[in-house]
Write a protein that binds this ligand. Structure first.
Ligand SMILES: Cc1cc2nc3c(=O)[nH]c(=O)nc-3n(C[C@H](O)[C@H](O)[C@H](O)COP(=O)(O)OP(=O)(O)OC[C@H]3O[C@@H](n4cnc5c(N)ncnc54)[C@H](O)[C@@H]3O)c2cc1C
Length: 468
């Protein structure tokens, strides 16, 4: 194992924890994690509000591509610490629920919509895939104009907050189920459901404390001596290998792993590095507005088994709602009484899709009424509002070219940047990917084992890490 001196990690989100976890496993003790907030978890943190409701920063579902990650999750909370659920997801459209994947369950739609979707599928333009294809033309070629207009365009604009023509299609990979016209037609004619859930499609969620419980547990198992909370890094003097915190403290390092967003990192560098700052400032991203709605009374029967729902229409600001009390009964106060339940909504914002922060909570409640998820304002017991300023790293058309400039410039000054916004690769930015980016960076630094996830996203997503 290489002795590289003192390792400093900026950020105690899943990426920083992944690195710290691996260092601890290897018996390497000369490291320190600096975290701006008061707890571990980053975007995968959870919060308990003053009324006793627990919230994530948007519905977090664990989907793992790595055995190593699975083992760490077991270690974090033990077998008993997890609850297991079937992944039931639905689309709310034309005043009805359609099971996901939407395109395989068109029979639920009004007849004119079915006809429009089928016509579009039949008239799809020829596929001319190119490595730099934009997401808009990918949608046309894959789904046709009908499904684009009915679902793909409005829904994706609500999620990403950018038009699909500004996005690169390469992020899609395994994430969007593509269309088999034979199967689609058969399901309509034979009135067959074609849903993505079933006995083999389950997910796990912490019994107590929300998703953040995982990351708090791992941080405490790694050892409190390695973590400094409420410590915001303000500047990095890469020539002197010294960090300055907001409090003015100077911290020396030999190796540095940053997990903060690349645009923020670019502004922290002293002396200034234009080759990082200038391209990083052009990377697109969106803000995520998370509104938790604590509700009283009985949950309507139609929501009892649902995990999350997608909302493509303009009658509500959110694109997704999670039935968060379903993930764990302990996500609401007084679980034994059954008095409360909760919905968590996600709304995106960007320069081309503004959100009024003064009114978005009220618009959300109106949206819940418009979509029939609640029937009266009297059901609303409490609301919780959180904004993740960096929510989604947009896979914009120019992203790869910008990253090709930033990465060698950072390497030259001896800084590694990994994670959801540290690597800015949406396709490998979930909790499992982020954690493994931290693990793999340590393997590279100390053991000379090349990194997989950040370099070869498609291979990582092909479950390479499940073969071990
Ligand atoms: C709305 C939403 C829904 C999501 N749903 C899912 C899901 O269903 N499943 C899933 O697996 N993942 C999901 N994710 C992604 C998941 O949250 C990320 O994969 C994960 O949190 C990324 O970890 P990270 O460590 O790379 O970054 P972060 O979690 O962003 O952590 C970075 C850390 O750095 C700290 N930091 C920043 N600046 C400084 C500074 N100057 N000094 C010190 N510390 C600093 C931050 O406080 C933070 O703790 C979702 C994310 C969002 C926003």
């Amino acid at each position: 194992m290489n002795d590289v001196g003192k390792i400093v990690i900026i950020g105690a989100g899943p990426t920083g924890i992944g690195a710290a976890y691996r260092l601890k496993k290897l018996g390497y003790t000369n490291f320190q994690v600096l975290e701006a907030s008061e707890q571990a978890g980053g975007l995968a943190s959870s919060y308990q509000d003053e009324k006793g409701f627990t919230w994530d920063v948007g519905g977090h579902v664990q989907f793992s591509h790595y055995d190593y990650f699975d083992r760490a999750m077991k270690e974090a909370l033990g077998e008993d610490g997890w609850l297991h659920h079937e992944r039931e997801s639905w689309v709310w459209i034309a005043d009805r629920f359609v099971p996901y994947p939407f395109q395989n369950n068109l029979r639920y739609l009004p007849r004119e919509m079915i006809a429009k979707a089928l016509r579009g599928l039949a008239e799809r333009p020829p596929r001319t895939p190119s490595p730099n294809q934009d997401f808009g033309s990918w949608i046309d070629q894959t789904f046709g104009r009908g499904l684009r207009e009915i679902f793909m365009e409005p829904y994706n604009f609500k999620v990403w907050a950018y038009p699909p023509e500004r996005m690169w299609a390469g992020w899609v990979g395994e994430r969007v189920a593509v269309v088999d016209i034979g199967r689609v037609s058969e399901n309509i004619i034979l009135e067959k459901d074609d849903v993505s859930w079933g006995p083999n499609n389950t997910f796990q969620f912490p019994r107590y404390g929300g998703t953040g419980a995982v990351w708090r547990a791992l941080a405490s198992q790694i050892g409190a001596q390695h973590f400094r909370y409420n410590t915001r890094v303000q500047a990095i003097d890469h020539a002197a290998k010294r960090i300055r915190t907001e409090e003015g403290e100077q911290i020396a390092y030999d190796r540095l792993l940053s997990t903060v967003p690349l645009d923020v990192l670019g502004r922290m560098l002293h002396p200034c590095v234009d080759e990082v700052m200038e391209p990083a400032s052009k990377l697109l991203y969106s803000h995520s507005h998370i509104i938790g709605v604590g509700l009283t009374g009985e949950m309507p029967a139609k929501l009892q088994k649902k995990c999350w729902m997608y909302f493509p229409e303009s009658n509500c600001p959110f694109y997704r709602v999670t039935v968060f009390s379903h993930y764990s009964p302990n996500n609401v106060p007084e679980p034994e009484t059954g008095k409360f339940w909760s919905l968590m909504t996600e709304t995106s914002e960007s320069g081309v899709k503004p959100v009024n922060r003064e009114t978005v909570v009220e618009e959300t409640i109106q949206g819940l009424l418009n979509t029939g998820l609640i029937h009266s304002r009297d059901q609303v017991y409490h609301t919780w509002y959180y904004v993740a300023e960096h929510g989604y790293p947009t896979p914009s058309l120019e992203r790869n070219e910008l990253l090709r400039k930033i990465e060698p410039a950072l390497k030259k000054i001896g800084i590694a940047s990994r994670g959801r916004f540290g690597a800015w690769r949406y396709e490998v930015s979930n909790q499992d990917h982020s954690f493994m980016q931290g693990v793999e960076w340590v393997n590279w630094t100390l053991l000379d084992v090349p990194e997989l996830t950040v370099r070869f996203a498609e291979t990582a997503n092909a479950n390479w890490g499940k073969w071990a």
